[in-house]
Design a protein around this ligand. Sequence first.
Ligand code: CTP
Ligand code: MG
Length: 182
Amino acid sequence: MEKINFIEILILTIWLMLPAYLANPAAAIAVYKDIAPTPIDLGKKIGNNRILGDGKTYKGLICGVLFGIILGFIQSQIAPTINLPVFSISAIIALPVGSLMGDIIASFFKRRINMERGASFPLIDQLDFVFGAWLLTFLIDSNWFLEHFSLPIIISTLILTPMFHLIFNIIGYKIGVSKHPW
Ligand code: CTP
Ligand code: MG
């Protein structure tokens, strides 16, 4: 049986998920000094509730995606020198786009069940962007996805992401970038 190297899996998980992970704080940082950035739903409602809410903005989406794409390119440039996986062009785009799409879809459902912007939805808040990033990457480059997201990496992502999310949100809250510590 192949020996499982936990440190290697940890490093690979962070490396592969980084463009998806950092798209979210990049979105939050991009808008945090704006008084009223344009919301994606343009303030429209379905029934009594906003379609998405003021927490999903064009500026956040665009800046988060651009940041994730730039990061993916930089990672791919340095990957060979540190012996880590290179991202395909499709993956570089799909990881941050899928990440922020997953986040938007989760907000849509949060509003439908009367949860206000920023309300905590345990596990969904921590994993919506993971599933979004995985799904879109799988759809547009299944070869790259299946080559790199082996079962151990999938499992480690599902365990580590909520932990990272919590730690980074507490930091974001303390420095004033996120409005809630979750
Ligand atoms: N953000 C943004 N545009 C996006 C995603 C995020 O402007 N597409 C910014 C918003 O300022 C948002 C912050 O990043 O408040 C944190 O994102 P998130 O936690 O996903 O939003 P919430 O405010 O918690 O809103 P929701 O309840 O809809 O998730
Ligand atoms: Mg939130």
